[in-house]
Ligand binder design. Structure first.
Ligand code: ADP
Length: 326
């Protein structure tokens, strides 16, 4: 896939517009064929299937990043573990739709697990009693098997993932998406259209703010009408695991996620420090939250998750108020 640009064009007309895939700015966009085929506009029977399957999922969150390597999968696993650990009555599902680089089986410690299909659909793998995971990684013989997949095959896989996993009742379904704005995002947006995306969480690092990738991601969400819950800045400070002193890694001039969030009118949810113990735990699939409860990384994470829950509750209340008023 190295030859395909991984971002929507700057002047993307939007997937629902009549000129989707046909505007001059669409030339060279990796999503052009999907948009021009009309697949993003025609009612797809998969949309109704997804709506039915996810009717018992209360909140659907997308975790997005402009570029790979900023810690999107790490943050997805941390948020999921944190939401599950802080309330045993809450059920969390993680859906890894990073089809070309599924990392959740590794970071959540489920590498080598296989999933089974029964009459009611695919059964996810249980990481904890209230935390389940479905990933393309469970279906591949080798992690490199999917990298050559093209648009339609990826689109169909996302449709199956969204409509055929037997999650049961979930309070939160958290989707780990590939970096950038690719076919997978458009497919997920299309299929989740009727069931509703609660919001997107955008992960960035200070250099990415400077390189504009994250701004493109925010603009993409605005164009396809995905509400943005907020921005998380990852690895901007280093907290020494021994003395707990914090040091800024990147000079302020490289980028400031908080300033950018204010400027683009999205909420800044907080920062997660660069933490070598976290990197090691994730690489080995260990539960960082259980092992390092006193770490500054966990306090930062708890604050972020509290705010995510608050924002989801606010959205739910807002929705039920507007339903009552109609
Ligand atoms: P992405 O999903 O954006 O490609 P990953 O979550 O796979 O990124 O993270 C890339 C690498 O950075 C991994 O080795 C991960 O362990 C490490 N990493 C991510 N966030 C942190 C952090 N806050 N502290 C230390 N290492 C981190």
């Amino acid at each position: 896939m190295a030859d395909v640009p991984n971002e929507a064009p700057e002047h993307c007309p939007g997937t629902q517009s009549d000129s989707a895939g046909k505007a001059s700015s669409c030339a060279g966009c990796p999503n052009q064929s999907l948009c021009s085929s009309g697949a993003t506009k025609k009612p797809d029977p998969g949309i109704a299937l997804v709506k039915e399957r996810l009717s018992s999922v209360h909140n659907k969150l997308l975790v997005l990043s402009g570029k790979g390597g900023v810690g999107k999968s790490t943050i997805t696993s941390l948020i999921s573990r944190c939401l599950a650990a802080n309330n045993p009555d809450r059920n969390i599902g993680v859906l890894d739709i990073d089809i070309c680089g599924p990392s959740q089986p590794r970071v959540l410690g489920a590498l080598g697990e296989r999933v089974h299909k029964s009459g009611s659909g695919w059964s996810p793998v249980y990481i904890e009693d209230n935390l389940s995971l479905m990933s393309i990684g469970f279906l591949l013989d080798s992690p490199s098997d999917a990298v050559i997949w093209r648009g339609p095959k990826k689109n169909e896989m996302i449709r199956q993932f969204l409509s055929e996993v037997d999650w049961g009742n979930l309070d939160y379904l958290i989707l780990d998406t590939p970096p950038g704005t690719s076919d997978e995002h458009l497919s997920a947006t299309l299929y989740l259209k009727d069931t509703g995306i609660t919001g997107a969480i955008i992960v960035t690092t200070p250099p990415q703010v400077a390189l504009l990738d994250v701004r493109k991601e925010i603009n993409f969400c605005k164009k396809v009408n995905i509400p943005i819950l907020g921005v998380i800045e990852n690895m901007s400070i280093f907290v020494c695991p021994k003395c707990k002193n914090a040091a800024e890694i990147f000079p302020a001039s490289t980028g400031d996620a908080q300033m950018m969030s204010n400027e683009l009118n999205v909420e800044f949810l907080g920062s997660i420090p660069l933490d070598p113990l976290l990197a090691r735990c994730c690489d080995e699939g260990r539960n960082f939250l259980a092992e390092f409860q006193d770490s500054p990384t966990i306090s930062a994470l708890n604050k972020i998750c509290k705010r995510i829950v608050q924002k989801c509750e606010e959205k739910k209340n807002c929705l039920s108020d507007s339903m009552q008023n109609t």
